[in-house]
Design a protein. Structure first.
Length: 298
């Protein structure tokens, strides 16, 4: 019997619930090598577990920032960079237990979006040009839902949001391609195609997932690593669980890699395919699913 195709709302909820589920699964094995994961759990991690930092089903800064962005767009009726910045900055100054250096440097003292971008540019210079991290990619999925049928605004706001914290345009390019793909999947249009460098890098990971384990360990936190793992996982497997388990168990920046994979796989297969044993402990499950559907109507 042919599987029933998920509907629009199911795919939209899948994008955000998938992001959060991947984030929560990967949080327990962040920075580990696959061999360490195997020794600790007797094989690949397939269930939500607690760690020294995170409770079972608790997500990290990836989902926290994505929800801040989603809530802002629902309440403001669209992307308002001052409101988004204010929410990001308030969280960054709340002493969260997980915040990336690039994001912290941009948000910790800035008083408005312009100052955040100046701080991001300064950090780009101080770090020797290493500001193409995955910290904007991990949070921008709500833009795909809000601007599902408006590729011009999706492109514009993906770049604008990324630039609040990440000066390197490569991070913004990755956000655009991620959101273009998410929007196409949620809308039921199938995967888009592009000849851009970022799109080509993502497509190569689907054709050959072999290099991803090495990249997960040697290029932790790099935006193209997270994007490539996300694409290789979501489009190289036949169901949601396989995709996210693959991404998380590569180790390295496992929460973000699995969050990106989970968003794509959730948009592809729908929220109804996310294992209930993952959804049951997932922090604020109802809130995440609800904001996803509200973004479609905002």
């Amino acid at each position: 019997m042919r599987a029933r195709r998920p509907g629009l709302a199911d795919r939209a909820r899948g994008a955000l619930l998938g992001l959060a589920a991947g984030d929560a699964l990967g949080a327990a094995i962040e920075w580990l090598h696959p061999d360490q994961v195997t020794r600790r759990y007797g094989g690949p991690l397939r269930d939500m577990v607690a760690s020294s930092t995170w409770q079972r089903g608790e997500w990290t800064d990836d989902t926290t920032m994505a929800l801040a962005l989603a809530d802002s767009m629902v309440e403001q009726g669209g992307y308002d960079e001052r409101d988004v910045f204010a929410r990001y900055a308030l969280w960054a100054r709340s002493r969260p237990k997980d915040i990336g250096t690039t994001i912290n440097r941009a948000l910790s003292r800035a008083r408005d979006p312009a100052e955040a971008r100046v701080a991001a540019e300064h950090w780009h210079a101080e770090s020797g040009g290493h500001s193409a991290g995955n910290g904007s990619l991990m949070r921008t999925a709500p833009i795909a839902l809000r601007y599902l049928h408006d590729p011009a605004l999706l492109d514009r706001y993906s770049r604008l949001d990324s630039s609040l914290t990440h000066h390197d345009p490569l991070a913004a390019e990755a956000c655009v391609w991620f959101n273009m793909t998410l929007a196409a999947l949620v809308a039921g249009r199938g995967r888009p195609h592009s000849v851009s460098y970022v799109a080509h890098a993502a497509e190569l990971a689907i054709a050959d997932r072999g290099p991803l384990e090495d990249e997960a360990q040697t290029s932790m936190g790099f935006v193209l690593t997270a994007l490539r793992i996300g694409f290789g996982a979501a489009f190289g497997h036949d169901d949601f669980e396989q995709a996210v388990v693959f991404a998380a168990n590569l180790g390295g920046d496992a929460d973000t890699n699995a969050a990106v994979a989970g968003a794509l796989a959730g948009a592809r297969f729908g929220a109804s395919t996310i294992p209930e044993r993952w959804l049951e402990p997932l922090l604020e499950r109802a809130r995440i699913g609800g904001v996803a559907t509200r973004l479609l109507r905002a």
